[in-house]
Design a protein around this ligand. Structure first.
Ligand SMILES: Cc1cc2nc3c(=O)[nH]c(=O)nc-3n(C[C@H](O)[C@H](O)[C@H](O)COP(=O)(O)OP(=O)(O)OC[C@H]3O[C@@H](n4cnc5c(N)ncnc54)[C@H](O)[C@@H]3O)c2cc1C
Ligand code: FES
Length: 252
């Protein structure tokens, strides 16, 4: 794929969880885990989505049904077409004994790391059992739910010390609610563990032109979406503010 929009046909739909579906496209794509694509639905809009599934022949995106765009995407079926351009942004730097912690649909960004490296420990936090993603794909995943309906009760960040004692990770990757990623970053900085987090900011162009995704001088679409601990610790807005669709600074 490239800068030009290409129309791709849905070849498979996977029910992942309540209000979450993965759409698979029979289309080759050069891709690094953590990168995203811009998805265009004619006459509706164009929005960023992480590539959550990738093989030599196929790629997929996981969609959480939220507003107008994702409702339309979520309701699509095998044979329907969307426009895509990309992939864009940098990816994760894969190295060392690692753990990948995802929360909510942020899981989509980290799961392709496990396609590259099958020794990565995948940790997922979700509100409740029916919200857990990719259970069949990763049967050994460590799961946490806020209400204790599956896996351990609580947030993955409550158990970071325990996980670190057990596995002695050299690196932790994370994507999900920013409050969770901030806690992961602070833990890693305090323990001397390497860390990379994938940020989500409102995006319009996806290629560094519009300025919509700026976060303390960094363009998340081109400088990110993955940032190292060194850079994150210099980004004051991380865990605090982002720009809304209209460009207003709002709390994350
Ligand atoms: C790099 C990146 C990767 C993403 N990957 C995924 C993914 O794999 N799966 C997924 O379900 N969602 C993903 N998102 C978020 C997704 O783009 C939006 O949630 C989605 O477009 C919501 O649009 P909507 O019209 O359904 O909802 P709306 O009601 O328009 O928006 C709901 C919320 O979604 C966010 N959002 C809306 N439009 C955008 C936009 N253009 N850019 C960024 N955030 C937006 C805002 O926080 C907004 O408050 C990603 C966002 C980014 C920046
Ligand atoms: S989305 Fe336009 S500069 Fe990043």
């Amino acid at each position: 794929m490239s800068e030009q929009i290409e129309m791709v046909k849905i070849c498979k739909v996977i029910e992942e969880a309540e209000s979450v579906r993965t759409f698979i496209f029979s289309h080759k794509m050069d891709f690094a885990p953590g990168q995203f694509i811009m998805v265009w639905i004619p006459r509706i809009d164009e929005k960023p989505f992480t590539v959550s599934y990738h093989t030599q022949e196929e790629f997929g995106i996981t969609v959480f049904r939220l507003g107008e765009f994702t409702k339309r995407l979520y309701s699509m079926n095998v044979g329907d077409q969307i426009g895509v351009r990309g992939p864009y942004g940098n990816g994760f730097n894969v190295s060392g004994k690692a753990c990948a912690i995802g929360g909510g649909v942020g899981m989509a960004a980290i799961v392709t790391l496990a396609t590259e490296r099958d020794d990565i420990v995948i940790v997922q936090g979700a509100k409740t059992a029916v919200s857990l993603l990719y259970r069949e794909r990763f049967p050994n995943m460590v799961m946490f739910t806020d209400d204790g309906t599956e896996g351990r009760r609580g947030f993955p960040t409550d158990y970071l010390s325990q996980l670190q004692e057990k596995h002695k990770f050299e690196k932790i990757y994370t994507c999900g609610p920013e409050i969770m990623m901030k806690k992961v970053l602070d833990f890693c900085l305090s323990r001397g563990v390497q860390c990379e987090a994938s940020l989500e900011r409102y995006m319009k162009c996806g290629v560094g032109v519009c300025g919509q995704c700026v976060c303390d001088g960094f363009r998340v679409c081109t400088d990110g979406p993955v940032f190292s601990a060194d850079v994150l610790s210099k980004i004051n807005d991380f865990g605090r503010y982002s720009l809304s669709k209209s460009g207003k600074k709002v709390n994350v």
